[in-house]
Design a binder for this molecule. Structure first.
Ligand code: FMN
Length: 377
């Protein structure tokens, strides 16, 4: 059994959010919202409540800010009254166990299909036919796994309208009782499509220079902060990530600028995905965390590090001082009692990738607690 003196199990303050431990649940798309309507229902309540701990932090799965933001069948939304009512039940149940919960706000951009966006073409910073022809990029749609649909570039007034959609979603998240919001600016979705020059070929004030490519991100953060205050807003970035067709000619310079700019908002935290992870697959076995190490020198607030962590490497990054908390993704899928298992050095249950994005309770709410498994064995 491990000592309880691990740094992972010491308190930390992330903006306005006080935590009793630093084992954070990473945002995880699981496709179990109720259809039609993308509404959080009983399954989702059970799933999040199982993973809530006293003084812990849950970041929800990516949540659509509008119909045209949708990019993954079964992902929940934050743009109708029914969705807000469903989320309120999730949030109340998680709060009853003493945990905090942030809503991760999402616009999928080009990573979508017209059957998801009300028949409209998905939108992006600019047009890249190679993306919708890339056989490696498939998404979950009502018609099963498909290539993305051809997308088009956003006009400037539409960009302003999307910033407004983010603001409205932030307000809705507030009325659902969340503790704050996290902006999904990673993994090749809309904000990232604007940030990185592999996908942003615009020549107006939203493209070209690093300053211009960062404009949408900063405008959205400003909108979220206007609703919540900086200390309840967080941003997730994936510097150097190559998932979802992403690339940038100089990710170091781009993300150094982004993070420097984010300093002025006094955010709750910055959630940084290590480039050793490609979406949900570890691609560089043994590579130490590098993104948090570099950005720690620039960001003045708290950092949550994510991507390929095990209990010992999570403890190590906290000891080294490059992060303040660690978000676990896949281990949280299959270990509803993950913080306790880490604290006590108990073995972890393996996850089953085949049920990550299915639609029922199997592989979702039926992973046992350590004791249940032990007794059953
Ligand atoms: C099933 C699954 C769904 C995911 N969905 C999201 C998501 O909605 N938003 C997000 O920012 N990252 C998402 N990710 C990425 C995780 O948050 C995390 O960064 C990644 O799994 C690496 O962490 P890990 O090695 O602890 O699993 C997802 C990963 C998995 C495995």
């Amino acid at each position: 059994m491990k000592s309880t003196q691990q740094k992972l199990f010491t308190p930390v303050q992330l903006g306005a959010i006080a935590l009793k431990h630093r084992v954070v649940m990473a945002p995880l798309t699981r496709s179990r919202s109720e259809q039609p309507g993308d509404i959080p229902g009983d399954l989702m309540i059970e799933y999040y409540t199982q993973r809530a701990t006293d003084g812990g932090l849950i970041i929800t799965e990516a949540t659509n800010i509008s119909i045209t933001a949708r990019g993954w069948f079964g992902a929940p939304g934050m743009f109708t009254d029914q969705q807000v009512a469903g989320w309120k039940r999730v949030v109340d149940s998680v709060h009853a166990k003493g945990a905090s919960i942030l809503s991760q706000l999402w616009h999928a951009g080009r990573s979508s299909h017209s059957t998801m966006t009300g028949g409209l073409e998905p939108v992006s910073a600019s047009v890249d036919p190679a993306y919708w022809n890339d056989p490696e990029i498939t998404i979950s749609t009502p018609g099963g796994w498909q290539l993305t649909s051809p997308h088009r570039a956003l006009e400037i007034p539409e960009i302003k309208a999307i910033v407004e959609d983010y603001r409205k979603a932030a307000e809705r998240a507030k009325s659902a009782g969340f503790d704050g919001v996290e902006l999904h600016a990673a993994n090749g979705y809309l904000i990232d499509q604007f940030l990185e020059d592999g996908s942003n070929k615009r020549t107006d004030e939203y493209g070209g220079s690093i300053e211009n490519r960062s404009r949408l991100l900063l405008e959205v953060v400003e909108a979220l902060v206007s609703v919540w205050g900086g200390d309840r807003v967080a941003v997730r970035i994936g510097p150097g990530g190559i998932w979802n067709g992403m690339s940038d000619s100089n990710p170091q310079a781009l993300f150094a600028y982004v993070v420097e700019q984010l300093n002025r908002f006094g955010l709750a935290y910055l959630n940084i995905i290590e480039p050793r992870i490609k979406g949900n697959v570890l691609i560089s076995e043994g590579q130490p965390p590098v993104a948090a190490e570099q950005l720690r020198k620039i960001f003045t607030g708290k950092i949550i590090s994510a991507g390929g962590f095990e209990p010992d490497t999570a403890e190590a990054i906290l000891e080294k001082g490059d992060a303040d908390a660690v978000a676990f993704g896949r281990h949280f899928v299959s270990n509803p009692d993950l913080p306790r298992r880490i604290q006590l050095g108990l073995p972890l249950t393996d996850y089953d990738r085949s049920t990550f994005y299915t639609f029922d309770k199997h592989g979702y709410i039926d992973y046992p607690l350590y004791e249940e498994k032990h007794v059953a064995a």
